[in-house]
Design a protein around this ligand. Structure first.
Ligand SMILES: Cc1ncc(COP(=O)(O)O)c(C=O)c1O
Length: 389
């Protein structure tokens, strides 16, 4: 089995699973309970918060745990926009955000907010001038993703943070770092980020857990009301085992960050070259290999519908994605591909290969071999008269 869908989700590390089992078996107390069992559970959360606070150069009280990336993004965007409604109704994002961001903005639009969706260039980068001219004194929030989940584009968040704060120091900056945390260096402080979302299952941890870094000087209206856990920002008994799993996963990956990053880039380069050089009529969607994130490679195969190729690869036990896995619930074309100017045919022929730390060179070699055989075969069937379109 060759799993090349690591941007959709990753396999939890063994050490993560073992630790979560231990916590569920032994430290199953409610972190809000006053007795020792409660304290033990609470300590697990504190340890995790201390760790994430070190990574994000913030204080542990600025970490709020959630049910995953989607909730973190919703809390950051809706919670902040509503809290600062009186000081401004203009909010800004880009056209290539994940649904958990763009749908939160759509919701706010329906609630009367003025939303500006920034264009991107052919590689998926936003234009800092357009950003700057879109910010006015009514702008409470800008939300821009760090790494795009479909194209692997890495936005220059330091420059974006500077642009925002130079224009209006009262505008808050949210970053969806779900595809970048533990994969691409982030300097939260230098980038002047006020809110930052992370998800456990993208970094070899469990699903259904995430966190939001929230600047302590910033108010967010809670989306979930109840017992007042997590300083009232997110009620509900904390997912202790999930939080521990996300902590251990992040710790393991970050401790070998350079090694993993180099390995992923080398695999990505091998895969990109193998496809582009050996299979005709193929092209990269998004930035050049080294400019993009180490784990995401999006390639178009002319005249082959991505779904057909996806299933053909599946029959050889190779798992890829035909776009953002998280958006397959909706029968819509990829907003990211559309926004970088791909035409209708091109939207249909994009395959996302996403690499993980478990992939080996032999996986890449085997994938290229299978593609070299499969692509011409499919084209013979799919191209009218077997000819190029
Ligand atoms: C960039 C980005 N943001 C948000 C999410 C949603 O995260 P979760 O699956 O933890 O809700 C994803 C998941 O694919 C993502 O890639």
């Amino acid at each position: 089995m060759i799993y090349l869908d690591n941007a959709a989700t990753t396999q939890p590390l063994d050490i993560v699973i073992d630790k979560m089992m231990e916590v569920m078996k032994e430290d199953y107390g409610n972190p809000s309970s006053y007795h020792k069992m409660g304290l033990d559970a609470e300590n697990h959360i504190k340890e995790a918060s201390n760790f994430f606070a070190r990574q994000l150069q913030c204080s542990p009280e600025e970490i709020v745990y959630t049910s995953g990336g989607t909730e973190s993004n919703n809390m950051a965007i809706i919670g902040t926009a509503l809290a600062y409604k009186r000081s401004g109704m203009r909010i800004i994002t880009s056209k290539i955000e994940h649904d958990s961001v763009s749908q939160a903005f759509r919701f706010l639009e329906e609630e009367g907010f003025e939303v500006i969706y920034l264009d991107v260039d052919t590689n998926g980068y936003i234009d800092k001038e357009e950003l700057s001219s879109s910010i006015n004194d009514q702008t409470s929030l800008v939300s821009i993703m760090h790494v795009n989940n479909e194209l692997g584009t890495i936005q220059n968040i330091e420059e974006i943070g500077r642009t925002i704060k130079n224009k209006n120091k009262n505008t808050f900056f949210h970053v969806d770092a779900i595809q970048s945390f533990a994969k691409v260096p982030i300097n939260r402080r230098k980038s002047q980020i006020d809110l930052l979302s992370i998800s456990g299952h993208k970094i070899y941890g469990p699903k259904g857990v995430g966190l939001l870094y929230k600047n302590k000087n910033l108010l967010t209206r809670p989306l979930i009301h109840g017992g007042g856990q997590q300083r009232g920002y997110r009620s509900g008994t904390e997912n202790v085992a999930g939080i521990v799993g996300m902590h251990i996963a992040a710790r393991e990956i970050i401790s070998d960050f350079d090694k993993y990053t180099n390995e992923l880039y080398s695999l990505k380069e091998g895969l990109a070259n193998g496809i582009i050089n050996n299979i005709e009529d193929t092209y990269i969607n998004g930035p050049k290999v080294k400019d993009g994130a180490p784990h995401i490679l999006n390639i178009g195969f002319k005249d082959i519908k991505s779904e057909v190729l996806l299933h053909a690869l599946e029959s050889s036990n190779i798992y890829v994605s035909s776009g953002s896995a998280c958006s397959t619930n909706r029968q819509a074309y990829s907003q990211s591909l559309k926004s970088i100017g791909r035409n209708k045919e091109e939207l249909d022929e994009a395959i996302r290969f996403s690499l993980g730390i478990n992939n080996k060179e032999s996986d890449i070699d085997q994938t290229i071999l299978v593609l070299e055989k499969t692509v011409p075969m499919l084209r013979k069937v799919l191209r009218p008269g077997g000819k190029r379109r």
